[in-house]
Write a protein that binds this ligand. Structure first.
Ligand code: HMG
Ligand code: MG
Length: 321
């Protein structure tokens, strides 16, 4: 059956821009809840400059602990350059993601390199990662609009995606960094992208700034994409892209997919536990567009289980969405 592959990027994208900085233990607590929910792939952290993103300063400690505790979990880490790769490899990372933006200004703001240099460094980092036997992903960020340069020309997105595929990136991740895409444009861009990157190697990374994250995911799904990034509770955003709000929430994506007959292997109740946990840690309300409804369903179910329990029943199954 057709299955959706979801990478939960909350531990990296979700936490990199929070005013509350989580402890290493709390980050592991979040990953633990994701694993319990059935998530099989996460982006665990990033090996970037701790001056640029202090929230990710404990990357070297996170990676070995994640791998030791959940050896079956696919965990990727973001690296912006060869130094990041070196640190990630030393920590035992098995998969890395490079980040290339499709405009000159976004690369400069994000990783302090022009586009040509960012492309060269991404290719070098991918080659070196492959030589070390690591799996790889390559982000093509601002693939729809750039907060500094406006609409990103499709031909530039195609050129960079093709270069990342030629560099043998295991997944080429098309990112709507500021959540400005709409379904028609997603369909149009994926239709062109599938000519330069095989569909099974394409992934979508959507932000939900305008409430169109799930609609955009649906457009990508209909265009044949089966690999998606999402972030539990909808947390996330690039600190160097003004207007970048949270990611498409994992719970919204799972609800939409499961209701549409596409299994994800992920439990919505489990995701709700992860959202509850993240809310306590980050000290603010979280959750995607479906959160209020999901919580009401859970409350109703718990109520009816309690009444059954009082009548002597003990076995309950999680209800399908
Ligand atoms: P720089 O200042 O140009 O770096 O920063 P540099 O090479 O000149 O080195 C300066 C100092 O940083 C040196 O240390 C280096 O050793 C150190 P010093 O001698 O001053 O003590 N350094 C590093 N330290 C740790 N890890 C490294 C590293 N590299 C150099 N990897 C740099 C360039 C790329 C490091 C910096 O700009 C940076 O870290 N940027 C991080 C950007 C970031 O994390 N952005 C958010 C993630 S991307 C995103 O969110 C988008 C995404 O979600 C997709 C989407 O939605 O579009 C993926
Ligand atoms: Mg992002």
């Amino acid at each position: 059956m057709d299955t959706l592959h979801i990478t939960d990027v909350a531990p990296r994208d979700g936490l990199q821009n929070q005013s509350v900085h989580l402890s290493t233990e709390a980050k592991l607590g979040l990953i633990e809840r994701l694993v319990k929910a059935g998530v099989r792939s996460v982006e665990a952290t990033s090996f970037v400059s701790p001056k640029a993103v202090p929230q990710m300063a404990d990357a070297g400690e996170i990676v070995p602990r994640v791998i030791a505790r959940w050896p079956q979990l696919r965990s990727s880490v973001l690296v912006p350059n060869l130094k990041g790769l070196e640190r990630a490899h030393a920590a035992g990372a098995q998969e890395i993601a490079v980040v290339l933006s499709a405009t000159e200004t976004m690369n400069r703001k994000n990783i302090n390199m022009g586009l040509d240099e960012a492309l060269r460094v991404s290719e070098q980092t991918l080659a070196q990662a492959h030589a070390l036997g690591l799996r790889t992903r390559a982000y093509v960020a601002v693939a729809f609009d750039c907060p500094f340069e406006g609409e990103t020309p499709l031909r530039e997105v195609l050129r960079l995606a093709a270069r990342m595929y030629a560099a043998d990136a295991g997944e080429v991740v098309i990112a709507d960094t500021i959540g400005s895409a709409a379904p028609g444009e997603v369909r149009r861009r994926i239709a062109a992208l599938r000519d330069v990157v095989p569909l099974e190697r394409l992934a979508m990374h959507l932000h939900d700034t305008r409430g169109l994250g799930a609609a955009n995911a649906w457009a990508a799904l209909e265009a044949g994409v089966r690999r998606f990034d999402a972030s539990v509770g909808g947390i996330g955003g690039c600190p160097f892209a003004p207007g970048a709000a949270g990611n498409l929430a994992t719970e919204d994506l799972v609800l939409m997919a499961e209701r549409s007959g596409l299994p994800t292997g992920i439990s919505l109740d489990g995701l709700l536990d992860a959202v509850d946990f993240a809310e306590v840690q980050l000290e603010r309300p979280l959750g995607g567009r479906s959160i209020a409804w999901l919580r009401r369903q859970r409350a109703k179910r718990l109520e009816s289980e309690e009444s059954l329990r009082q009548r002597g029943y003990t076995q309950f199954e999680e209800e399908k969405p």
